[in-house]
Ligand binder design. Structure first.
Ligand SMILES: *Cc1c(COP(=O)(O)O)cnc(C)c1O
Length: 375
């Protein structure tokens, strides 16, 4: 789905050198590459503090611990996301409230936030905040969400696991919310060779808390603990690898735009292609995946498979239909837009090095399938 080999060929000697250096220095935990990576991530995203951690899921847990989420609190999240957005809320004893998505962006629908607050109150919870998800790499509608959140007294955390590199009006993901989380899972836009994640913030107080929490609630000295925390650190080896990947990331982000535009030109009118953000919105999409929509996707998957083409459903169910989350409330009226979308989406192979010929072959297989369905 995401061919990481071309990228690896480009940077293999540099990565080998970085890894050899980590082995030579022997600082497998808290090595100097951690600080170097955090600094470079901060300057790339334009936020002041970056705290690296074990995964994108942990990044969300750290953010929720830092903001002080308590049992009885409710957090609004989009119904269409990976389960990891809901998981830490439930683990902390709070309640996720599922909000339907905007049919164009597939991100949380700002017009439904007020309904989400009502659903939380009806369930006997305190609505305290919302977690937005930049699904497939497209930033949510931050300006509207901020002003609605301000009116309703909700904090906003951005789950940017799929949108590292994306931006709105020149401001990058990482600097669009009071805290932003991301994932370095290999298939994400900035992926390592294993698990990893980070939290971004420009709030010094939150940054200090996050640092402490991801080291068991550490205080000023080694065995001095001041709060409840967890162990969630990025390995030095992953930081070393990510440093080399970050070097080529800006160019890759450009390539992603080109690859996405080519799919659009090959597939438009054949299946529902993703809506790229309108130019006047000044939104840069990170294109974590290229996700098309059609009614009979299972049959298309079979057809593609017969040509040796992989495809994957991100995600087959909205989170409120996934077993451990079914007992939590949705906004009144449920989440029909998310339900329809999850029944139709199919991600096709996508990476910044996908060549035109391969894209044409994949698109042609899709076209052939759609033609066979209509006759
Ligand atoms: C991948 C992902 C996560 C979790 O990241 P991990 O690093 O795999 O823990 C969280 N939220 C969303 C939206 C994701 O896509």
């Amino acid at each position: 789905m995401v061919d990481l080999k071309v990228q690896q060929r480009l940077i293999k000697p540099k990565i080998d050198k970085r890894i050899a250096n980590v082995l030579h220095e022997g600082q497998y935990v808290w090595g100097r590459e951690i600080g170097e990576l955090e600094q470079k991530l901060a300057s790339y995203t334009g936020c002041e503090h970056v705290i690296t951690c074990s995964s994108g899921t942990d990044a969300l847990l750290l953010a929720l611990l830092a903001i002080g989420l308590l049992p009885g609190d409710a957090v609004l999240i989009p119904a269409f996301t990976f389960v990891a957005t809901a998981e830490p809320i439930v683990l902390l004893g709070a309640t996720p409230i599922f909000v339907d998505i905007d049919p164009v962006s597939l991100c949380i629908d700002p017009a439904l936030i007020e309904k989400g607050v009502e659903a939380a109150k009806k369930a006997g919870c305190r609505p305290v905040g919302m977690i937005t998800v930049d699904l497939f790499g497209r930033p949510a509608d931050y300006s509207r969400l901020h002003s609605i959140g301000l009116d309703l007294g909700l904090w906003l955390i951005a789950d940017g696991a799929q949108s590292f590199g994306a931006s709105v009006a020149g401001k990058r993901v990482g600097s669009l919310a009071c805290m932003t989380t991301t994932s370095f899972f290999p298939a994400k836009p900035l992926g390592g060779y294993g698990d990893g994640g980070a939290v971004f913030t420009s709030d010094a107080e939150l940054a200090a808390k996050l640092r402490s929490i991801h080291e068991h609630g550490k205080g000023d000295s080694r065995y001095h603990f001041v709060r409840l925390g967890v162990n969630s650190r990025l390995d030095t080896l992953q930081a070393a690898i990510l440093l080399e990947k970050l070097e080529i990331f800006p160019k890759e982000l450009e390539n992603r735009q080109v690859v996405a535009a080519r799919y659009e030109s090959f597939l438009k009118g054949i299946v529902r292609t993703p809506h790229p953000p309108a130019p006047e919105t000044n939104v840069c999409h990170a294109w974590a995946t290229y996700t098309i929509r059609l009614k009979n996707r299972a049959a298309l998957q079979e057809h593609l498979k017969s040509f040796g083409i992989d495809s994957i459903v991100h995600y087959p169910d909205p989170v409120h239909k996934v077993a451990p989350y079914q007992k939590y409330p949705t906004v009144e009226g449920g989440c029909p837009v998310a339900e329809e979308a999850t029944s139709e989406v199919l991600s096709i192979p996508f990476d910044p090095y996908l060549d035109e010929n391969t894209q044409w072959l994949i698109s042609n297989a899709v076209r052939q399938f759609v033609a066979s369905q209509t006759y």
